[in-house]
Each structure stands twice: as structure tokens, then as C-alpha cells.
Design a protein. Structure first.
Length: 363
């Protein structure tokens, strides 16, 4: 079974740190876009069985409820869905009890709220449209309606001292999942000019470790993600297991039958020809094996040796043993009887693991 990603690339305003593909719209998502998206889904000629749907953006909560139903119906008509996890990303200022119930009744069973912070000064710095009061109300509404919901938070934005209070307040709402990301000052965004504000490595590490400490009752199952038992994001696990997924909407990526492809990221060509691909890259078997190892080593559980052997027909040691043992020698990963997995230090310096495996040198 595959995962399904639906990209809704519209926002009311642009957050100055965001480098995702999106367009601004003053109100709802244009109906012409929803029409094109449904045509693209209906014309899909790949695998039929799916286990997850993730509506991301942009701001999917800008969708009218009827349009959201149309999209989910199009997916249901094209795919066989087996107890799917169906996630909707929402902005905090779009959430209230009535809308939460409407999303649930439309078929959404997991909500992901872009809270980012419960501190007004941090939210202003990030250029978010909502304030702390709206964030709290959004979390209250989600907790009252959804059994499974996630909260996105960002650390590393000034004032840094607000991070502790944000984490402690997050616990008060008892989300089943928390994603905690370090703020990035991406090239090509307005925040590129603010890179002098970025935290140094020592402060970043302190904030990362504080997150682990305060969220200790959650499983820190991926480098930036925490969950209650059984509430790990099933859709994102497809990416971290390097399994197949289909992407719909402008700029959406797919990985199917060894080919990574990407939709056009221009709106007018997409509306005229939804599903038009501007990239089709067939990965070599070696590239797929390498990406599988790198992605699994983002997870606390690591890479089970049996999973790799069953998938590729030989041991991970025979393919990457030199690099794996070198990484273990540097304390970034460890070998058990059944798996290779990142150490706590490897979680903190996870990019080093990927770079070392790509280079083949180990560290």
C-alpha cells in the first residue's frame, strides 16, 4: 500500500520563514484548483491500495468543507483505502469547535495544527497570523473533537526563553503527537536577511535537549517528532521507511516503482494539465538502498536488519558496512543483534549520518 499526499498550495499570507511552494489568496481555495486536483486524482494510473492521506500545504484549512469532501471522495473513488490515517494540516486561526466537527464528519481522523508557539512575541517574530489566545482555543477545539491530533512547534526564535513555557503549555492540551522543529533561515525567504538572529550550535543543542526533557512522557520516535504509543504519524513513516507514495497538486512529489517525480510548480499549467510532471528521475538500486538506510536512521528504532535483507536480498553490512562501522566508532549509531540505530548523539547530529553515508566515509 502507498501513501497519498495532497498539496493545497494556498495561504492567506506568507510566513517569512517558509520556503514551501504556495500562493496567497484572500479567502477560500479557488474552485478551479479543486476541479483540477480531482481530475488529477481520477486520472492516476498507479497502485490502487493506500493506507494514508495527508493534506498539506500551504493551508489546507482554507478549503471549504464541501471542497474537502470532493477531494476525499475523489480519492475514495480511485483508491482502495484500508483503515487509512487521514490528516489535515490547519492554521490555528482557522480552528474552532464547529469547523473541527465538520472536518471530522468529512472524514478527517487526524488534525495537525500549526501552533509554533504560545508566546505572542515569538509569533510576531515568525510573522504568524494567529496569537497565543487563538492557539489555545484551537488546541482546546482539537482536543474536544479528535482522538488523534498533532501540534507543530518551532524552537530557536527569539525570545529563546519562551521555549520552556511553550513546551509546558503544550503538555496542558495533551496532544497525541508533537513535532518540534528548529527555525531555519532559508535562502530566498525574507528570513534570509535575518540570519544574524539564528541561534548558535550550543544554544540549538540546549533547546533540543530541553525539548526531549519536557516531552519525556512521549516517545521521541524521529529526530523532530514525539508521539504517544500508537500515535506516530503513519504517513510520515512511509517517507522514513522509503516506501511508495503518490503526490497530487502543484509541486507535489511522488515515489513509485523506483521513480521520483514532481508535478509542475506553476499554477496555470497545472490547472490546464493537472498531473503534468516536470521531473521524472529513475533511481538506481544503489540509490534506493542508500536512501532507505539514511531515512531509517532518522528513527529511534533505526534500521531493522531483517527489513533491509527482505527488501533487497542481502545484508545492510554487505552494502554499507564500512560506513556503518565508522559511524558507530564515532558514537553516532550503534549496532544491536537486530538493527542499526542512532544514538542520542546521532539524533542530535543526524545530518552528519546522512552526509557520511552519501560520501561512504562514515564520518
Amino acid at each position: 500500500m502507498i501513501g497519498i499526499y495532497v498539496h493545497i498550495p494556498f495561504c492567506r499570507t506568507r510566513c517569512p520563514y517558509c520556503d514551501f511552494l504556495r500562493w496567497t489568496t484572500p479567502s477560500a481555495v479557488p474552485s478551479a484548483f479543486v476541479d483540477a486536483l480531482c481530475r488529477e486524482i481520477a486520472a492516476f494510473d498507479g497502485p490502487k491500495a493506500a493506507c494514508s492521506i495527508f493534506c498539506g500545504g500551504g493551508t489546507p484549512s482554507l478549503l471549504a468543507i464541501d471542497d474537502l469532501r470532493r477531494i476525499l471522495d475523489a480519492i475514495g473513488n480511485r483508491f482502495v483505502l484500508e483503515a487509512p490515517e487521514i490528516t489535515l494540516e490547519v492554521n490555528a486561526d482557522d480552528v474552532n469547535a464547529e469547523r473541527a466537527r465538520a472536518w471530522r464528519d468529512a472524514g478527517i481522523n487526524r488534525l495537525s495544527i500549526g501552533v509554533q508557539s504560545f508566546d505572542d512575541a515569538v509569533l510576531r517574530y515568525l510573522g504568524r497570523r494567529h496569537d497565543a489566545v487563538q492557539a489555545r482555543k484551537a488546541c482546546e477545539a482539537a482536543a474536544a473533537v479528535f482522538d488523534n491530533w498533532s501540534m507543530d512547534l518551532i524552537f530557536g526564535a527569539p525570545p529563546f526563553k519562551a521555549w520552556t513555557a511553550t513546551l509546558e503549555e503544550a503538555l496542558r492540551f495533551a496532544p497525541t503527537h508533537v513535532s518540534a522543529y528548529g527555525l531555519a533561515y532559508e535562502q530566498g525567504t525574507p528570513f534570509e536577511a535575518r540570519r544574524a538572529d539564528a541561534v548558535n550550535d550550543e544554544t540549538w543543542l540546549a533547546l533540543y535537549r530541553e525539548t526531549e526533557t519536557i516531552l519525556a512522557d512521549y516517545a521521541h520516535y524521529e529526530i523532530s517528532n514525539y508521539a504517544r504509543p500508537g500515535c506516530e504519524c503513519r504517513h510520515n513513516l512511509i517517507y522514513w521507511h522509503n516506501e511508495e507514495y503518490a503526490g497530487f497538486g502543484p509541486g507535489a512529489y511522488s515515489f513509485l516503482d523506483g521513480v521520483r517525480s514532481r508535478n509542475t510548480d506553476d499554477l496555470d499549467p497545472y490547472l490546464a494539465e493537472p498531473g503534468r510532471r516536470i521531473e521524472n528521475l529513475r533511481l538506481t538500486n544503489r540509490e534506493i538502498r542508500l536512501e532507505t538506510v539514511i531515512q531509517y536512521l532518522r528513527l529511534r528504532e533505526g534500521l531493522p536488519k531483517r527489513v533491509y535483507a527482505d527488501r533487497f536480498g542481502n545484508t545492510v553490512e554487505s552494502d554499507f558496512g564500512v560506513a556503518l562501522h565508522a559511524l558507530a566508532g564515532h558514537g553516532l549509531i550503534e549496532e544491536t543483534a537486530t538493527a542499526w540505530r542512532p544514538t542520542s548523539r546521532g539524533f542530535e547530529l543526524n545530518n552528519e549520518i546522512g552526509l557520511a553515508l552519501v560520501s561512504g566515509r562514515g564520518a
